[in-house]
Design a protein around this ligand. Structure first.
Ligand code: HEC
Length: 117
């Protein structure tokens, strides 16, 4: 049996899988949050209290009624205005049971606070 354990420090460097995290994140955001009306509002206004993972994980099973309910619950926290309306519309179009579930996000998008733009 041949060993796959690296024999030297140089080998370790060669064996360490390298990840270009910035690129992975940028590609994921471009795929799952495509450009369109309401996208900027979503990133600017909807991430003041939680990360984007709630749209990805919770949004994927919602139909329009589910999004309406979330929006109604949020009225107590955020109120309503045109910019928020655009963000809700974007979220409802991009995430929901009418689409295949998005791929799992890179872990960097799920933990901590992010500046997504
Ligand atoms: C002022 C804080 C605040 C802002 C701003 C905010 N949220 Fe939330 N959000 C919450 C809180 C608190 C919860 C958890 C309680 C709940 O589910 O209502 C939550 C939960 C969620 C959930 C998961 C629960 C569910 O109903 O599926 C989604 C999806 C969501 N928010 C979407 C959004 C969107 C889209 C926006 C922007 C239009 C937004 N949020 C802006 C506070 C906020």
């Amino acid at each position: 049996m041949t060993s796959t354990v690296p024999a030297s420090a140089t080998d370790v460097a060669e064996f360490t899988p390298s990840r270009d995290i910035d690129r992975e994140v940028a590609e994921y955001l471009a795929l799952v949050f495509p450009q369109g009306p309401g996208r900027d509002e979503l990133f600017h206004l909807c991430t003041n209290c939680h990360g984007i993972q709630v749209f990805i994980f919770s949004g994927q099973s919602k139909d329009e009624g589910g999004w309406r309910l979330t929006r109604r619950n949020h009225a107590a926290y955020v109120g309503e205005n045109d910019e928020l309306g655009a963000a809700w519309k974007y979220a409802t179009e991009q995430f929901g049971s009418h689409k295949p579930p998005p791929p799992p996000p890179p872990e960097e998008l799920v933990t901590g606070w992010q500046n997504y733009l």
